[in-house]
Design a protein around this ligand. Structure first.
Ligand SMILES: [Zn+2]
Length: 258
C-alpha cells in the first residue's frame, strides 16, 4: 500500500524539536538559530497532494475524512497544529482580542506537559482535538501503536461534543489503511484545504498573503501552526482581510454542523 507523506504543510518531528528546544517566551534571534524552515515541495508533489485530497474528499463520507467544510456559508475554520507550548498563551490572547475561535490540534505529549493550558483553550471557547501523542506518522505505526496514540491523547483533551472526535494525522501522513483504522476507532480524520505555508516562511506578511481573500473560499479549513512568532504576527492582518471580505470564523465542528 502506498505511503503518502503529505509534506504540504507539516514538518517532521525532528524539525519541530529543533524549533522548540530551549525557547523562551521572547523568541530572540538566538532562539531561532539552528531552525530550518521546511522545504517547499515540488509542483508535482503539491499537485499530487491536491488530487489525492480531492479524490478522498469526494470518495469518502465526512464522518471518516474531512478536507473542507460545506460551502453554503461564508465561513472558514482556522486550525493550529502542534501545541500546546510556551507560545500558546500569546496565541490565545491574540485570538481573544480578535474575537476569533479556532481549532487546536494538540500533540498528546505536549498536552501532558501543559495541563493548565488545556483549560485555557476551553475558556477561550476554542475546540481542542488530537494530533497524535508522539507526532509519529500514523502509517508507520502498528495498529496497536496507533490505537494507543489515539486513546492516550484523547484522555488528555476536553470531552468532545461530537460523537466522533476529530484527529489530524501528524505530518498530514495518511494511507487508506490508516484512515480506515482511525475511523474504526471512532474518530474523524481532518486534513486541510488551504495551507498557510507558515512552515516554509518566517515572514508574517507572506502568511497573510497565503490566506488572502483571493485564495480563500467558503468552507476553507486553514492550516497554521502554534509555535511560530510569524504565525502569531500574521493573525491580525489575516483575520481582518477575511472579515472585511465577509467571512466569519468557526471551529471545525461548527463548520461541519456537528
Ligand atoms: Zn504537526
Amino acid at each position: 500500500m502506498a505511503y503518502v507523506s503529505d509534506r504540504n504543510g507539516e514538518r517532521d518531528r525532528g524539525e519541530h524539536e529543533r524549533r522548540t528546544r530551549g525557547q523562551g517566551s521572547k523568541y530572540s534571534a538566538d532562539d531561532m538559530a539552528g531552525y530550518t524552515l521546511a522545504e517547499r515541495p515540488s509542483t508535482w508533489v503539491r499537485t499530487r497532494s491536491h488530487l489525492l485530497k480531492a479524490a478522498l474528499h469526494y470518495g469518502i463520507p465526512d464522518d471518516v475524512l474531512v478536507v473542507r467544510g460545506p460551502t453554503q456559508h461564508r465561513a472558514v475554520a482556522l486550525t493550529f497544529d502542534d501545541g500546546p507550548d510556551e507560545m500558546t498563551h500569546e496565541f490565545l490572547a491574540c485570538l481573544a482580542e480578535l474575537g476569533v475561535r479556532a481549532t487546536f490540534f494538540v500533540i498528546g505529549q505536549h498536552a501532558s506537559e501543559h495541563p493548565d493550558v488545556m483549560l485555557e483553550y476551553v475558556r477561550g471557547g476554542h475546540e481542542v482535538a488530537s494530533h497524535g501523542y508522539t507526532h509519529r506518522a500514523f502509517p508507520k505505526l502498528s495498529s496497536g501503536e496507533l490505537l494507543d496514540e489515539l486513546s492516550h491523547t484523547q484522555a488528555l483533551l476536553p470531552p468532545s461534543r461530537s460523537p466522533r472526535p476529530l484527529v489530524r494525522p501528524p505530518q498530514g501522513a495518511k494511507t487508506p489503511r490508516s484512515i480506515a483504522q482511525v475511523a474504526a476507532a471512532g474518530y474523524t480524520t481532518v486534513l486541510w484545504s488551504l495551507d498557510s505555508d507558515d512552515c516554509r516562511t518566517d515572514r508574517a506578511e507572506e502568511v497573510v498573503s497565503r490566506v488572502s481573500p483571493a485564495r480563500v473560499s467558503p468552507g476553507e479549513i486553514v492550516l497554521l501552526h502554534e509555535f511560530q512568532k510569524w504565525t502569531l504576527q500574521a493573525l491580525p492582518g489575516l483575520v481582518k482581510q477575511l472579515r472585511d471580505d465577509g467571512y466569519s470564523f468557526l471551529t471545525v465542528s461548527e463548520l461541519l454542523g456537528r
